[in-house]
Design a binder for this molecule. Structure first.
Ligand code: KIV
Length: 271
């Protein structure tokens, strides 16, 4: 039987056990109560309250504008919807880069005010002191390397990262630093599959890939992309499981038409 099916509540220990047993880890973003409830009931291992909320919920071009208060609102809604999965909450841009005290205060607010189970932070060596300080207070941290969208203005593009040797070497070093610092898992975003495989094999802690190939210990997608709510975003790594945009559009069109034609509401739909 899989580790996933044995447990009532997924913890960071379950996630570690899944890596040891070779069981792949499933992670999906969610930002509200209703979708979190559906994903949890479906058996997802981890819900990430991603700062991608800035894009898909608030309509910003980047993840930079979302605030800590807004992340807390989304995380509170998600936590009310779940019973079993592990909830990871992104620390948003500007809430942890200043210094380790600021980072700790932000992480503590997330834990106290949302009931989430852990936080995620982007970066390697640059944020390792903050990660250590947060973990020392008992808050689990998930790392995030490769394409780190909070640094988009430094990268200048959303293209694949660490294709060149220098960046690949730094990423491998950072992954080991994050493991030594005590991170319970690391997201690897948009890096060559061969590099992700090498990093995954070099670590005791699990890697969760997005656009990082099949050898990561788990996979994550943004819910709006995998359910086909977004229509414009179609990177190679994305597998779209539904076309919810089309389904919603035709349902709303039907609803409008039923109202206009006086078909809705009918005799049975009134008091
Ligand atoms: O914010 C987010 O959705 C993320 C995933 C892309 C990993 O960080």
């Amino acid at each position: 039987m899989s580790v996933n099916k044995e447990v009532k509540k997924i913890t960071t220990h379950t996630i570690q056990k899944m890596k040891s047993n070779g069981e792949k880890i499933s992670m999906l973003t969610a930002y509200d109560f209703s979708f979190a409830k559906i994903f949890d009931n479906a058996g997802i291992d981890i819900i990430l309250v991603g700062d991608s909320a800035s894009n898909v919920m608030a309509g910003h071009e980047t993840t930079l504008p979302i605030t800590l208060d807004q992340m807390i609102y989304h995380a509170q809604s998600v936590v009310r919807g779940i019973e079993r999965c592990l909830v990871v909450v992104d620390l948003p841009f500007g809430s942890y880069q200043g210094n380790s005290k600021e980072a700790l205060n932000s992480a503590i607010r997330i834990m106290k005010e949302t009931g989430g189970h852990s936080v995620k932070m982007e970066g390697g060596e640059e944020v390792v002191e903050s990660i250590k300080r947060i973990i020392s207070t008992g808050i689990p941290v998930m790392g995030h390397l490769g394409l780190t969208p909070q640094s988009i203005y430094k990268f200048g593009t959303y293209t694949v990262r660490a294709r060149e040797e220098e960046e690949a070497l730094k990423l491998k070093k950072d992954a080991l630093l994050l493991q030594e610092a005590g991170c319970f898992a690391i997201v690897l975003e948009k890096i060559p599959a061969t590099l992700a495989k090498e990093v995954t094999e070099s670590l005791q802690i699990p890697t969760i890939g997005i656009g990082a190939g099949c050898d990561c210990d788990g996979q994550v997608l943004v819910m709006h992309d995998m359910l086909g709510i977004n229509t414009e975003f179609k990177p190679r790594f994305l597998r779209q499981y539904m076309n919810l945009n089309d389904s919603i559009t035709s349902s709303v069109k039907q609803y409008i038409s039923d109202i206009k034609s006086k078909d809705f509401p009918n005799q049975n739909e009134q008091y």
